[in-house]
Unconditional design. Sequence first.
Length: 243
Amino acid sequence: MKARIQKIIAQAGIASRRAAEKMILEGRVTINGLQITEMGAMADPEQDDIRVDGRLISVTTTKIYLLLNKPRGYVTTLDDPQERPIVTSLLPGIQERVFPVGRLDYDSEGLLLLTNDGAFAQRLQHPRYQVRKTYQVKVEGHLTNREMRALSEGVSLDDGLFKPITAALEKKSAKSCWVALTLAEGRNRVIRRAFAALGHPVVRLIRVSLSDLELGDLKPGAYRHLTRKEVFRLTVASKPSDY
């Protein structure tokens, strides 16, 4: 069955639809030997020879779904100009090409999904599905009741208001405190920017759950395969928002 070429590329796990569109415009995609440079091209992944950068792609690979406890000091891109360690290097025994679902920045830790299922990844990342993510955040100093109220009511940032779904103070030490946050957005470094705006820089940031999937006792740097039930729940549990 024919489909738009950017959709086929995404389903093959090569890139997101947006990134695939950029590849097309850059002339990196061919269908049956013909270079494609405009949107709207259609192809049949079972019948046509579809290549990105000369590499034949396929959408018939076995789908893989992994949960990794990402440690600090790894990037979630698949190619880093600074040559920093990449999360896929933590997946011994995985021969298939997988990519991260969303991102955790270099200094952040915790639950990260990786897959070769483009449609699955798109659903979990798209804002309209409002998939909830929970973080444990250690910040410098102690947040006052007034600052916690301000956080709950929303922190104004350059790219809009940051308002977590829930925010709770968990524990304090002499010079820092831990806050649990649940949110359904994924703007770049938004948690770090929000706490910096409140005058409490983030010391440590750990994602502990995504929807009803929890990190549990998985050790840093370790991974496991999701069960069929977990994949199903992640696929059907999220509901589109009203906008």
